[in-house]
Design a protein around this ligand. Structure first.
Ligand code: URP
Ligand code: ZN
Ligand code: ZN
Ligand code: ZN
Length: 480
């Protein structure tokens, strides 16, 4: 059935205007004033914003990590995402050395199929480059539509790849039009610092932060940026937490390197002191990279405002406090790394960013949806409100305030790191390809209705994003 969203304020990354939006067969077919359509269901959006659905480029659902498995699977995780205004996620598909990439991708499809309530794509972790991986990569990128490759520079003896692997991944990504993503911390140095701390009897959660200083994130970010420049490739730095990393990204961008940066709500809102909470509660706030001293938050907000960082990911990686985080009682290095955020990413950025005057309403849409769609090959199908786009739409009430709490959230986890924080604005109705997932704040979606999205390659998707300077430096990409 067609739907007609009436009397709302349409907001995109560049515009804000009063208009009705007609949806037919899951696609936006008309935008204009005083639209009518016989038989269409009227959806009243008076007094509300009509946003493109949020796109979360960084989730870990149903993922084995730290001796356990993340608490949210593709059903609970995507349902919570929808409550929060997100209509597409891109999840990280883990791989193992010596195992065909296609098998890992199949495993991830099995996790998501029949469960996801919103659309989803995958990034592919690269642990090693060898003849088998080289042979499989073109198929993954061009046929499977998995056009972003993730390299971990940390988590020694678990996920960490060496610089040679990163460099060769950058070269292959350039050749085939993929975007390389890095977790930028120096895993070798961190391993040493952790050992030193534990030998000195320093076992509390705060030592997680103290053994992963911001200098080490800045160093790895700069190293990855330089390898990207050398390869003439493209890089997206996930979960940027600190001034040092922002500086490295900004400097590389100034030199024409094709590099992009993501931060997360936790780094904008919370600081290192949370890890000092008594009764092991600091474990709730263990992310890698860690929460930083408060002054870094200003650097991150400024970078989002001036475009040195471009996106916000949730890095949703939920573990229960009871039964999962407590694996690290007596040894901070065994606390599963990560926290829940998939539901709150969108509204936190609106409230803390737009309402507090740190970013504009258009920047909000860009950071939470449009830019992510462009970088990850989803645009223009997703990431904006325009004729021909998927009707992934959030009808948002800017006039309510609410308190974030584990009592009311929809994530399958027993705490919320933003507990007690009062925010302005709330998604009221959320559509995925024109179908209600959230209707008047109630879940009405269906497990399995979410579809896997094959994404376009980086070059095709973002050609218009590159400055002349970058084109000149790189001399264009070759495709094999
Ligand atoms: O602590 C974190 N960030 N956990 C999730 C895995 C990762 O490094 O993104
Ligand atoms: Zn190719
Ligand atoms: Zn990471
Ligand atoms: Zn992550």
């Amino acid at each position: 059935m067609s739907k007609l969203i009436k009397n709302g304020t349409v907001v995109t990354a560049v515009d804000q205007y009063q208009a009705d939006v007609l949806i037919e067969n899951g696609i936006i077919t008309q935008i204009g004033l005083n639209l009518s359509k016989e038989g269409a269901e009227i959806v009243d959006a008076a007094g509300h914003y009509v946003f493109p659905g949020g796109i979360d480029p960084h989730t870990h659902l149903d993922m084995p990590f730290g001796g356990t498995v993340t608490a949210d699977d593709f059903e609970t995780g995507t349902r919570a995402a929808a409550f929060g205004g997100t209509t597409t996620i891109i999840d990280f598909c883990l791989t193992n050395k010596g195992r065909p990439l296609s098998q890992s991708v199949q495993t991830w499809h099995q996790k998501a199929t029949g469960k996801a309530v919103i659309d989803y794509g995958f990034h592919l972790m690269i642990a090693e480059i060898n003849d088998e991986v080289l042979a499989e990569l073109p198929k993954m990128i061009h046929e499977e539509g998995i056009t972003s490759l993730k390299v971990f520079m940390a988590y020694k003896n678990v996920f960490q790849a060496d610089d040679g692997t990163l460099y060769r991944t950058l070269i292959e990504a350039k050749r085939h039009g993929a975007l390389v993503m890095v977790h930028a911390e120096n895993g070798d140095v961190i391993e040493y610092l952790i050992k030193e701390a534990l030998e000195a009897g320093n076992t509390d959660p705060i030592y997680h932060a103290l053994t992963r200083p911001s200098l080490i994130e800045g160093e790895a970010t700069g190293r990855a940026a330089k390898l990207t420049a050398l390869a003439g490739s493209q890089l997206y730095v996930v979960h940027v937490t600190c001034e040092e990393a922002v500086q490295q990204i900004a400097e590389a961008r100034n030199h024409g390197v094709d590099i992009w940066g993501e931060t997360c709500p936790q780094y904008l809102m919370l600081d290192q002191t949370y890890l000092e909470k008594p009764n092991f509660e600091g474990a709730k706030y263990v992310w890698s990279p860690p929460l930083r001293p408060q002054y870094h938050q200003e650097a991150l907000w400024t970078a989002l405002k001036n475009g040195q960082l471009q996106t916000l990911g949730s890095d949703h990686c939920s573990f229960n406090f009871n039964g999962q985080k407590d694996l690290g009682l007596g040894d901070f290095s065994k606390i599963p790394n990560g926290g829940p955020c998939i539901e709150d990413r969108f509204s936190i950025l609106y409230s803390e960013g737009v309402v507090k005057g740190r970013i504009t309403l258009n920047q909000f849409v860009d950071i939470v949806s449009t830019r992510i769609a462009k970088l990850f090959g989803l645009f223009p199908k997703k990431g904006t409100i325009a004729i021909g786009c998927d009707a992934d739409i959030v009808i948002f009430d800017p006039n309510v305030t609410r308190t974030i709490s584990a009592e009311t959230h929809h994530m399958n986890v027993d705490y919320n790191p933003f507990e007690g924080i009062v925010i302005s604005g709330e998604p009221v109705t959320v559509l995925s390809r024109g179908e209600y997932v959230i209707r008047n704040k109630q879940f009405v979606g269906t497990a399995g209705a979410g579809q896997f999205v094959k994404r376009a390659t980086y070059h095709a998707a973002s050609r218009d994003e590159k400055s002349k300077n970058v084109e000149a430096v790189k001399g264009g990409a070759t495709h094999v």
